[in-house]
Write a new protein. Structure first.
Lengths: 507, 349
């Protein structure tokens, strides 16, 4: 196969000592910025662009790719240990990962995230090597109607996050949807719920919402309970590494997460968030231990972490084959290509095969480096939790504030962060789950934009969602995801003839 | 206010700069311009605010300007910082409110900011700033997918006139350059601008994907964005938004870097519209006239330098330099034109 020969040439380029050095710098930097909330890979690459002007393009891109993948690995660390997701793709990881850390299995959570990221990154890169042109052709068939259907499918995740009370879960969801409305409406250019504050015109960043509700809210809650509960340091239970049982529960979610993440990541407007939600919902459905979800189920870390890394590989498919940037980092990478006078797109593979295949080969190498780097680090990171609570939570507050301020350099965002922290505190006080609110903030605006865009293109004809075959198929899948569990339970309860109390929520 | 952010940037950069120091070339001295009457003006650092996120057009232009100014020795110390938000209206508010009188401060801005000030009803406007210079311009291109039934601009305009809502235009954010161009085309073609079916996509490649996939009838963007897709034949360029006389899409008809036109201009095809997505610089209010002259001299030296001409060629930016009062007049004209069309589009009350 031609791809093998090309890839071999790519490895020749990427395996020179100099380029290996750049890859190492890239993954180290990427891990560092992934761990720090507020500084993502996109910002880092943007800031490094002028500095790398004197480098050979291939070296610069190998380093950038390392930053990109490294950021995806590093993002999970703070999510799991500190409940402070550094970027939107690792928000779902925080839900189960932080619970695992509290039960003393933080190192195992970090390990399953790292290995899952490695598996997904490698499988995703293989997919990129061999399937990129094919995936992209399918991706172009997706229009706003199909994306809306996909978001509807992702919304079914909510049922996995609602918690014990339907009313409380939905209250949280609608709070999130309302927060998502703040800012300039994409389609009409008009501002909504900004109260004349210019800093709110761009909306409230999802990371700010997640950090505010999860980390700041949690800190307030812990502070308020300080005098009531004795200070206890979370012990690391059992072995630091993953147990045999944890391995057994992780490998299928890794593969399933990859299978969800790569195709959706390669869609032009797929993103990394939707696959993490879908993976989480799927793992809860398929798990033999659904009761553990919300209390630290390892599947809920393994699946979404694999999904977000696979989607990171998927994002490169449209970028390299069509010149289509589908994430913030990809957009900056595209700018970098142009900076070097290269035009990613249909002609890049012919124009500069050494660069493209060298870049792809460096992704394999970067993945191995990141695994080697992150597995031993898991044991080190987890000792953070041995810090006494007042110090740990003070550090979390500093971290959250610094990250939020670092994203935009705006004091208004800090006010928003603490207001959301107060809201998160109130939600904990009244036993309202915070996860559905975060889902609402992420998916609400996406759903609205695609819904209205689809209608605008179809000139107001609602039938567009069901007459387009891909859209209709996904909507049917979403309906099944909602109805099937209820129907199966109903059927089982009929068969066993045991009276079951009416339950408004499914598992 | 800004120092913690700078610290973060510094820390990020300091991790990598040592590794790169070996390859960095020594700065070449350049001839100083005579018009600046202040001795040692450039001894103090010049600060450039990019009122948008790192990586965007304003940020890229500011950072390239910083690089050329320093490497050519035009100004030894230049700092770039970002104040994000709302199409630059957060940045302009900070410039006017916090930096008045500071003649070592510049802000990158452009056509998009004029639109954002109007649509966001910004209390601070460009009239409060001190115009220094425009720098670069990028023209717009109108494309259709290769499989489209519209072979020429005439075909597209005829269909647009027959049934305005049946033609969906994909482009950037509502009220941005792409949307403004479609509005101007509608006016010139005698179509009611409120009938336009404009579908805004949020950045990245979403608009490109929608056009390649045939989700929208036509697409509008800066000429540099889709060059590769046009070259490979996946997109068909129907028109560019330059002026007709030169045909090379350059208003100042600068000889350098002007590539062969990818399509005839709108004006050449009977649609009397020209629009450039230009970028320029303004200074804070109430700066001294000497300071203003020095800043203008600084930019004059910059745009005349070979390094800057080379940078423009790399990015495909056209030369679009107008200085001082000329530039101020131009700003006023653009404001009237942009606000007018945005009002017709229903984006400005």
């Amino acid at each position: 196969m031609q791809a093998f020969a090309d890839l071999a040439r790519g490895f020749e380029v990427a395996l020179t000592p100099e380029n290996l050095g750049w890859a190492l710098i890239g993954v180290l930097l990427g891990t560092a910025v992934g761990v720090l909330p507020g500084i993502g890979p996109a910002l880092t690459v943007a800031l490094l662009l002028p500095v790398t002007y004197k480098l050979a393009p291939i070296s610069a891109f190998i380093m950038f790719a390392g930053i990109y993948y490294g950021g995806m690995y590093g993002g999970s660390t703070t999510s799991i240990l500190l409940n402070t997701p550094g970027e939107s793709a690792s928000i779902v990881t925080a839900i189960e990962g932080n619970q695992m850390a509290r039960r003393g299995r933080g190192a195992a959570a970090l390990a399953t995230a790292a290995i899952g990221s490695f598996v997904a990154g490698t499988v995703g890169t293989i997919g990129l090597t061999f399937l990129a042109p094919f995936m992209v052709q399918i991706g172009l068939k997706f229009g706003p109607a199909e994306y809306f259907a996909l978001v509807v499918l992702a919304f079914t995740t909510i049922t996995a996050l609602l918690g014990s009370s339907l009313a409380r879960g939905l209250l949280s969801l609608f709070l999130g949807l309302a927060l998502g409305l703040v800012g300039i409406d994409t389609l009409s250019g008009q501002s909504r719920f900004t109260f004349g504050i210019p800093q709110l015109l761009d909306g409230i960043d999802v990371v700010t919402v997640a950090v505010g509700l999860f980390a700041v809210g949690e800190t307030f809650w812990v502070a308020s309970r300080m005098r009531h509960d004795p200070d206890q340091i979370i012990p690391v239970k059992g072995t630091v590494w993953m147990t045999r049982q944890e391995w057994a529960r992780s490998w299928k979610p890794w593969l399933r997460g990859t299978a969800i993440g790569f195709p959706i990541g390669s869609l032009p407007a797929g993103g990394a968030e939707i696959p993490t939600f879908l993976s989480y919902a799927l793992e809860k459905r398929l798990s033999k231990h659904p009761e553990e979800f919300g209390k630290g189920a390892i599947e809920g870390v393994a699946g979404p972490e694999a999904a977000n890394n696979a989607s990171a590989a998927g994002v490169l498919a449209p970028l390299l084959t069509l010149g289509l940037p589908t994430s913030a980092t990809a957009a900056i990478l595209l700018a970098a290509f142009q900076r070097y006078g290269l035009n990613p797109g249909p002609t890049l593979f012919q124009q500069d095969p050494e660069l493209v295949w060298g870049l792809i080969a460096s992704l394999y190498i970067g993945n191995v480096m990141l695994l080697v780097l992150n597995l031993p680090l898991a044991g080190v990171w987890v000792r953070l939790l041995a810090i006494p609570r007042p110090l740990l939570y003070a550090a979390i507050l500093v971290f959250a504030g610094l990250g939020t301020y670092g994203m935009s350099g705006s004091a208004v965002d800090l006010v928003v962060l603490y207001a959301l922290g107060a809201l998160g505190f109130a939600m904990r006080r009244f036993d309202i789950p915070v996860a559905p609110a975060v889902v609402g903030v992420i998916l609400g605006p996406v759903a609205e934009d695609h819904f209205r865009r689809a209608l605008q293109i179809a000139q107001g004809n609602y039938a567009t969602f069901v007459t387009r075959p891909i859209s209709a198929a996904i909507l049917v899948l979403a309906a099944l995801a909602l109805i099937a569990p209820v129907a199966i339970r109903w059927w089982q309860s009929r068969r066993t003839l045991t009276p079951v109390p009416p339950s408004p929520v499914e598992p | 206010m800004r120092s913690p952010r700078r610290l973060i940037l510094f820390l990020t950069a300091s991790l990598i700069i040592p590794a790169l120091a070996a390859i960095a070339a020594p700065p070449a001295p350049a001839a100083a311009q005579a018009e600046c009457a202040v001795d040692g003006f450039t001894d103090s650092p010049i600060e450039i605010m990019a009122p948008a996120a790192p990586g965007g057009g304003w940020d890229t232009t500011a950072r390239e300007m910083q690089r050329v100014l320093q490497e050519e020795g035009i100004a030894p110390t230049v700092e770039v910082y970002n104040v994000e938000g709302a199409g630059g209206t957060v940045g302009i508010a900070q410039l006017v409110n916090d930096e008045a009188g500071n003649d070592h401060q510049l802000m990158m801005m452009g056509l998009v900011m004029i639109g954002a000030i109007a649509t966001n009803a910004s209390p601070v406007t460009l009239e409060q700033t001190t115009p220094i210079s425009s720098l670069t311009a990028e023209f717009e291109v109108i494309v259709v997918p290769a499989a489209s039934e519209y072979q020429t601009l005439d075909d597209l305009i005829a269909a647009f006139q027959a049934d305005p809502t049946a033609i969906s235009w994909g482009g950037g954010s509502a009220g941005g350059t792409d949307h403004i161009l479609v509005g101007l085309i509608a006016q010139a073609a005698g179509v009611d601008p409120t009938q336009i079916n404009y579908v805004p996509f949020s950045g990245g490649g979403e608009a490109l994907a929608a056009i390649l996939g045939g989700q929208v009838s036509a697409g509008v963007s800066g000429v540099g964005e889709w060059l590769d897709q046009i070259a490979s034949g996946e997109l068909r360029a129907l028109a560019v938004s330059g002026v007709a006389e030169t045909g090379d899409a350059t208003p100042e008809a600068s000889a350098d870097g002007a590539a062969a036109p990818i399509a005839p201009t709108l004006q050449e095809q009977g649609i009397d519209v020209e629009l450039a997505n230009w970028r320029g610089l303004v200074a804070p209010p109430d700066i001294s006239d000497e300071g203003r002259q020095c800043l203008i001299a600084l930019v004059e030296t910059l745009v005349a330098s070979d390094a800057w001409i080379e940078t423009r060629a790399t990015y495909g930016w056209q030369d679009f330099a107008r200085f001082g009062d000329d530039y101020g007049t131009f700003l006023g004209e653009e404001r009237d034109r942009v606000t007018g069309i945005l009002t017709e589009l229903g984006l400005v009350a």
